[in-house]
Ligand binder design. Structure first.
Ligand code: SF4
Ligand SMILES: [Zn+2]
Length: 471
């Protein structure tokens, strides 16, 4: 019936014991039923490697990394622990995470702490966030607003919330994902909400093995059943099923950046070395990460053609230290090697320190770090002593003379970012010989003289950059 239609189940749990020994058949059966894509969602960090291995078995199966709020008490996690799993090429999102005040299986403060860690990890890894929220709308909104919505957005999974929650989430760029609950006889209010959501923000899911749709209610659910959710959606929106299928699948692919993950089964897609290391003048630049906690208005990353000079620095995943070292080649001939690129290098602190040590070993003349100055804020400790002897110069984007201008231009995800940059400039001088603060001439509202004055008072050099010139 649906040969031409392709559906995407945005949320299933194929690693659950309900499918033991069977999950592969179940995935293949879903594909036969027209469910071309499935995301199997993490609920335990301990299971992250299993999920990645499962996703590596099939091209159209993807994984996520997260700890369900139910498990927050057994697995209190840090941002670093989440990030440790995010470089796998089949990992397309962080989550599921959030708050469940219906069951309260974990103490609320622990759920909240875990939720915050996931949001921060989504900012840093530049991945979308999968949010679970049950009877906790207000607290969910407060925490997300406090931490800032990750740059890649996310999805409120198994949406069963209020109209207010739907509006709040849509206004912040979230997608809403509807599950088998939509088919339940009593779910008329939910169907009314679903009828109003813009078509380009809707996902569908099964939440398998739970929440089987009518007519399978109460039975074990499987991804193939997502077609029944799509049908109900088509009915309540009075839209042809084919349109629902193509829109929700397009939304799925866009949110999870599926076309950026053309990964051969079981292997890591190689990253082109031209994207990892590139030259400007006699300097060698290294592209370390795609993530950052800012969303600068002038950043080329968010433009249609993300080019720096003529290099396309789009990274589909974060490179390892070994990949960067291989891409650099001989370093002795360059005036300097610079950590830079379309993201914030210090988010990958261990990687840049490894690479810097290698550059020094191989006779590199000078190592420079271009940074947003937020390393200490992100890592919640002073990381600058680790730069000693490895980093010779840092250029820090001061950007603006005051917080209001900074916030407008950089749209920071983390509270206290501007103050964080000033503090960083103060402490980094003890460990790095050459420290420069920079600001962009021509950026709206920036007072270059006032920025220069701040640099003087802090005792660092100052350099003016030109608008639309990075690197
Ligand atoms: S300019 Fe740098 S810090 Fe700002 S959004 Fe772009 S990558 Fe992030
Ligand atoms: Zn789930």
């Amino acid at each position: 019936m649906t040969t031409a239609m392709v559906f995407a189940d945005s949320h299933a749990h194929l690693d659950f014991p309900d499918y033991q020994g069977e999950w592969e058949q179940i995935f293949l059966a879903a594909q036969q039923a027209g469910v071309g894509y499935v995301t199997t969602v993490g609920t335990r960090l301990a299971g992250a490697e299993t999920l990645c291995a499962m996703a590596s078995r099939f091209p159209n199966l993807y994984a996520t990394v997260g700890v369900h709020p139910h498990h927050a008490k057994e697995e209190p996690i840090t941002v670093e622990e989440i990030l440790a799993h995010c470089d796998h090429p089949k990992v397309v999102a962080i989550g599921e995470s959030g708050l469940d005040f219906h069951y309260d299986f974990s103490p609320r403060p622990q759920q909240e702490a875990n939720f915050r860690a996931h949001i921060r990890a989504a900012h840093i890894a530049d991945l979308p966030l999968i949010v679970h929220t049950r009877e906790a709308e207000e607290a969910t909104r407060a925490i997300l607003d406090d931490e800032g919505i990750p740059g890649r957005g996310g999805v409120i999974h198994c949406f069963t919330g209020t109209k207010e929650m739907a509006e709040w989430a849509l206004a912040r760029g979230f997608h809403l994902s509807f599950s088998g609950v939509l088919t339940f006889r009593t779910a008329q209010p939910l169907r009314e909400i679903a009828a109003q959501v813009p078509l380009d923000r809707i996902l569908i899911e099964t939440d398998s093995p739970y929440l089987a749709p009518v007519p399978f209610r109460g039975k074990r659910n499987v991804p193939a059943h997502v077609v029944y959710v799509a049908r109900t959606l088509a009915e309540c929106r009075q839209t042809p099923l084919s349109e629902i299928a193509s829109a929700t699948t397009e939304n799925y692919k866009r949110l999870f950046r599926i076309d950026s993950h053309p990964v051969p089964e079981g292997s890591k897609a190689p990253l082109p070395s031209a994207t990892l290391a590139y030259t400007i003048g006699n300097s060698l630049y290294l592209n370390v990460t795609r993530g950052c906690t800012l969303r600068c208005r002038y950043c080329p990353k968010w433009q249609d053609e993300p080019l720096v000079h003529h290099y396309d620095l789009t990274l589909h995943r974060n490179p390892t230290a070994a990949e960067l070292i291989a891409a650099m080649g001989e370093v002795g001939g360059y005036d300097e090697v610079v950590f830079c690129g379309f993201g914030e290098p210090t988010l990958r602190l261990a990687v840049i320190l490894d690479v810097a040590a290698d550059i020094k070993r191989r006779g590199g003349k000078r190592v420079r770090l271009n940074t947003d100055g937020l390393a200490n804020l992100v890592h919640r400790r002073d990381v600058t002593p680790a730069f000693c002897g490895l980093i010779d110069a840092v250029s820090v984007s001061l950007t603006a003379q005051d917080q209001t201008t900074y916030d407008r231009l950089c749209q920071p995800a983390l509270a206290g970012s501007y103050q964080g940059v000033l503090d960083f400039l103060r402490v980094v001088q003890a460990h790095v010989p050459h420290v420069t603060a920079t600001a962009i001439d021509g950026a709206e509202g920036v007072d270059i003289a006032a920025c220069r004055k701040i640099a003087e008072v802090l005792g660092v050099h100052f350099r003016v950059r030109l608008l639309n010139r990075l690197g």
